[in-house]
Each structure stands twice: as structure tokens, then as C-alpha cells.
Design a protein around this ligand. Sequence first.
Ligand SMILES: Cc1cc2nc3c(=O)[nH]c(=O)nc-3n(C[C@H](O)[C@H](O)[C@H](O)COP(=O)(O)OP(=O)(O)OC[C@H]3O[C@@H](n4cnc5c(N)ncnc54)[C@H](O)[C@@H]3O)c2cc1C
Length: 322
Amino acid sequence: MSGNIIAYCEVKNGDLSPIAMEVLSEGRKLADKFGSKLIGVLIGDPVSDLEAKCGKGGVDKVVVCQNEALKYFNDQLYSGILADISALESAEFIMGSATFYGKALFSRLAGMMETALIPDIIEIGVENDNLFSKHPGYGGNIIMKLGFNIDKPKILTLRPKAFTPQEGISREPEIAEFPFDPTKYSSNTKVTETVSEGGGQVPLTEADIIVSGGRGLKEAANYKLIEELAAKLGAATGASRAIVDAGWVPYKHQVGQTGKTVNPKLYIACGISGAIQHLAGMQSSKYIVAINKDPDAPIFKIATWGIVGNDLEILPALIKKL
Ligand SMILES: Cc1cc2nc3c(=O)[nH]c(=O)nc-3n(C[C@H](O)[C@H](O)[C@H](O)COP(=O)(O)OP(=O)(O)OC[C@H]3O[C@@H](n4cnc5c(N)ncnc54)[C@H](O)[C@@H]3O)c2cc1C
């Protein structure tokens, strides 16, 4: 392999996003296997104080593009910059995260560069000097093993929390600046403000524990049981689409095919039947606990532990015990 590995380091609220360390760590492994350089890319404002943190992820070099016009994530501006940095740094692979931002950025980048993208990867490896990746397909019902067959920079996005960052790979990276030229990069949209919906709660996609509720809660007021259990466990709160559509909770809590894809260590599904569209967003969770009054509910097929019973009795008992 002749080129380098470029790792886009996602920044959120002025800090490296936790997924950035996962991307860097996997990038380091590939760079070591292929004998190439790992180059981290920071875009935003301010980002120049994050280079040392990128160093902890094992980068050989960090390219920084900092400008006040880049303060808020903008896929049109960021993809243009990333394409140019990738060309300048002889990218063979461009890696990033399959987050909300990453999905917007890398699909645009792939289109712009007319190259191939493998999204939402849960495993990466090398066989016979060729990279392969595993990617859940058809709503998570199959795992596809995919490789590239293209002689251009190849793009990979990693599913958040599917990889554990390696320890002891820290380096002191070379730092390079990439100047932002406002005449060269333009966007049809202007972001003037971002407002966090989290309300202080851990975002669903970053949470280690999620307590989720479905129609088996019977009415909107009972969602407070989900919130109370989550508070006891330091967990984020999720929901099935049925109760989002019913207006019990806002869309930001929805887990599933048309909601968020989550990958916590523990997912507690309360009164959720386990429709394939819900499973698509959570079945890669490490441990799944299901509470459902129907012993034949499909959720029990993928649950690590199941409790057959009424969630309106079990949840208060659990909260009391905790
Ligand atoms: C294109 C498309 C996309 C979709 N995307 C999503 C998505 O992103 N996320 C998603 O969740 N869904 C999605 N859906 C909807 C999905 O098909 C299901 O309709 C939905 O997940 C059902 O939600 P639920 O499990 O809360 O409700 P139900 O299917 O009604 O299940 C309620 C469950 O609660 C149990 N229950 C009832 N009372 C109690 C009680 N007292 N104690 C314990 N258990 C009880 C029942 O046994 C049942 O299993 C999508 C559907 C389509 C067509």
C-alpha cells in the first residue's frame, strides 16, 4: 500500500468526541499493518488545542484547519476541506465515525471524490494484504463482509462504541496547518447556533447503559418509570417508535431503523415487543434485558436475560431495590 491513513477526528462541544479515539485506534492498527502513516484531521474552531489528545490515539501527524467560519459543523465546507487534505496527504484510506455528523460528512465526501464508502463498520481486519470490514445489513439481520475494489482513496466509517481504543499507543505528532480559504469552500447553508437537546443527559449513541420504553408502558405518564430507573443507573433513556409516534416522548429518544443506532453495554427494553425495525437499532448491545408480559414476545429471542411480567410492577420494584 502506497498511501496514508487519514482519520477525521470528530469534535463535539469543543472536545474530541469519544468515537474519535476509537477511529484513531483502529487507524493506528491499520497503519502498523500496512506500514503507512496515520494522519489525524481536525476541522473547526477552536480545535488547535486538541492535537495532543489526537497524539494519545497514536497519530504520526495532525493536520489542523481552524477558522471561525468552521465553528459549527457544516458538511459542505468540511467535506471540501477533508477532500483537499486527503489529496495533499496521499490518502489510501479515509476513516471517520458513523455518527449523525459522520453520516452527513462521509456520504458527501464519497460523492465528491467519486469513490467507495463502507459505512457503519463493526469489525475491520486485513486478509492477504487486503482490508476487509464487517457491516450490518438489512436492518442488522445479516453481517456483510466487504472489501474495496477501487483504485482511489477508500472511505470507512465506524459504528460508535463497536471498538475499544487501544492503550499505550500515544505519540508526539508532527503538527501541520491547513489554511481555510473562504473563496474556495462554500456552503448553501449557514449555521448560526447549535442547541443541545440532551438536557444534561448522556447522548443515546454514547451511553453505556440505556433504559428504553415501549407501548407496554400503557400511557405517557408511565415513561417516568423509565426516567427514574435510568437516573438510578446513570443511563440514557430510549423509546420505541410506537411511543414516539404517539407523542409520549420526543423523537430524539427513538431507537431503531428510523431512529438512533445504539451500542451500549446494557440495554433494558421495557414493554417493547422487539419488532425488526427496533432490533435494527439495538441488537448489537452487549447485554440485553427484556421486560415483557408476553413470554413469546420476539424481544426475548435476542435478550441475554428476560423477565416475563408486568413492567408497571417490575420497574417500581427495580427502582426501589436500586
Ligand atoms: C419503515 C418502518 C420503520 C420503523 N422504524 C422503527 C424504529 O426506528 N424504531 C422502532 O422502535 N420501531 C420502528 N418501527 C415500528 C415497529 O415496526 C413497531 O411497530 C414498534 O417498534 C413497536 O413498538 P412497541 O414495541 O413499543 O409496541 P408494540 O409492538 O405494541 O409492543 C408492546 C409490547 O409491550 C408488551 N406489553 C404490553 N403490556 C405490558 C405490560 N404491562 N408489561 C410488560 N409488557 C407489556 C406487549 O406484550 C408487547 O410485546 C418502524 C416501522 C416501519 C414500517
